[in-house]
Design a protein around this ligand. Structure first.
Ligand code: NAD
Ligand code: DAU
Length: 360
């Protein structure tokens, strides 16, 4: 069996569902259930004995050690993290605690467990760390995309904490020869994406008749990858990646935020038209994110060349599926938009006035 951390979050829950749809190998899903972790993301696995959910904090090394001793996994896939850049600007401490200290605790528990293995089980063990393209910093308009040797230059507390965790993972390979792998992926989108992030926020606000807040001029560029493609890349790296190696994962799909928002509005205009006018009329420009990275782009040639992985979805196919999922799953959206979500929206948007003085 494998252990997955953070498997109740957006990417983790997609990974667990896909894994069990394709494999019979059980998953121990270890998750703290923060505001971003949601067991309803895993409702389809409720009666599936191959999915074992354990609530816990990756900062708790003893708990992790007991878990590994009990289940004896052949691999750990590490998703658990604080993942939202804007939250890291308001509360950086939680990002250091989980992303840096938590990854360290997990590495320590994994090292003790792996050291006690022998023979094939030891050689075949893998620790796969899921990271982000944001560790490489920001690009100018003409710069080549990030590749695996691009120097780290993180700019937000989130990306700095992920960079620190990547360095720890790397050190466990070089110092202890622990068989680790790291993936650095670009922006994901798809089902079960928490509506604090751009794409699900825009879909949800559009349908609620609310303002669609674009930070600054909206000309920041991101590379977008459908979450199912990220999950297939992770499976491939786990299966065939070379220990100690880093693989960049991306969709070859750079877009400005404004173009993403226009695309969402235009598709919603056809799939769920308003009584009159276009969703584009709800777009407002609000105060920019402090330290906002201007452009991310991923050179994903290494994973294609060495492991034969390529994304299956284009942005056009993936985004239509995604919007349709949100239209079909409004109860899920309503459920996650309560409690912490409401206070977050108030904190993040209350003071971001648009150029005309209204508030997002
Ligand atoms: P998410 O915020 O949706 O989910 C994070 C999960 O981790 C939640 O289920 C949460 O409960 C859990 N968690 C948080 N702190 C924990 C702790 N201390 N102990 C145990 N569990 C804890 O995040 P996501 O968007 O699914 O991202 C998953 C991973 O992928 C992260 O490591 C993130 O840095 C990375 N990543 C995300 C993207 C993206 O576009 N979302 C892109 C590249 C890489
Ligand atoms: O690049 C990978 C990263 O992508 C992951 O490591 C992070 O975990 C993930 O959250 C994501 O980070 P971003 O900051 O790029 O994603 P977000 O959806 O928050 O924002 C995408 C872009 O849209 C970014 O340039 C900021 C902008 N934005 C975001 C929000 C929430 C807006 O213009 N308005 C908004 O309201």
């Amino acid at each position: 069996m494998i252990v997955v951390t953070g498997g109740a979050g957006f990417i983790g829950s997609n990974f667990v569902r896909d894994w069990l749809a394709l494999n019979d190998e059980s998953v121990i899903n270890f998750d703290k259930l923060t505001y971003a972790g949601n067991l309803s993301n895993l409702a389809s696995l409720e009666h599936d004995p191959r999915h074992i959910f354990v609530r816990g904090d990756i900062c708790d090394t003893d708990r992790l050690s007991r878990l590994l001793a009990e289940y004896k996994p052949r691999a750990i896939v590490h998703f658990a993290a604080e993942s939202h850049v804007d939250r890291s600007i308001h509360s950086p401490g939680e990002f250091i605690a989980t992303n840096v200290n938590g990854t360290f605790s997990l590495l320590e528990a994994a090292r003790a467990y792996w050291s006690g293995l022998s023979g094939e089980r030891k050689a075949d063990f893998r620790f796969l760390h899921i990271s982000t393209d944001e560790v490489y910093g920001t690009l100018g308009p003409q710069d080549p995309p990030f590749h695996e040797m691009t120097p780290y230059a993180p700019n937000s507390p989130y990306s700095a904490s992920k960079a620190a965790s990547d360095h720890l993972v790397r050190a466990y390979f070089h110092t202890y020869a622990m068989p680790v792998l790291t993936t650095n992926c670009s922006n994901n989108y798809g089902p079960f994406h928490f509506p604090e992030k751009l794409i699900p926020l825009i879909i949800s606000n559009a349908r609620a008749g609310k303002a669609l807040p674009v930070y600054g001029d909206g000309l920041q560029v991101r590379d977008w990858l459908y979450v199912g493609d990220h999950c297939s890349a992770i499976r491939r790296v786990l299966e065939a990646g070379c220990p100690g190696e880093v693989y960049n994962v991306g969709g070859w799909n750079e877009m400005t935020n404004l173009d993403v928002v226009y695309t969402l509005c235009d598709i919603l205009d056809t799939l769920d038209p308003k009584a009159s006018g276009s969703y584009r009329e709800q777009i407002i420009h609000v105060q920019d994110r402090p330290g906002h990275d201007r452009r991310y782009a991923i050179d994903a040639r290494k994973i294609e060349r060495e492991l034969g992985w390529k994304p299956a979805e284009t942005f056009e196919t993936g985004i239509r599926k995604t919007i349709q999922w949100y239209l079909d799953n409004q109860a899920w959206v309503r459920d996650v938009q309560s409690g912490d979500y409401l206070s977050w929206v108030q904190k993040n948007y209350a003071e971001r006035n648009d150029t005309k003085g209204t508030t997002a």
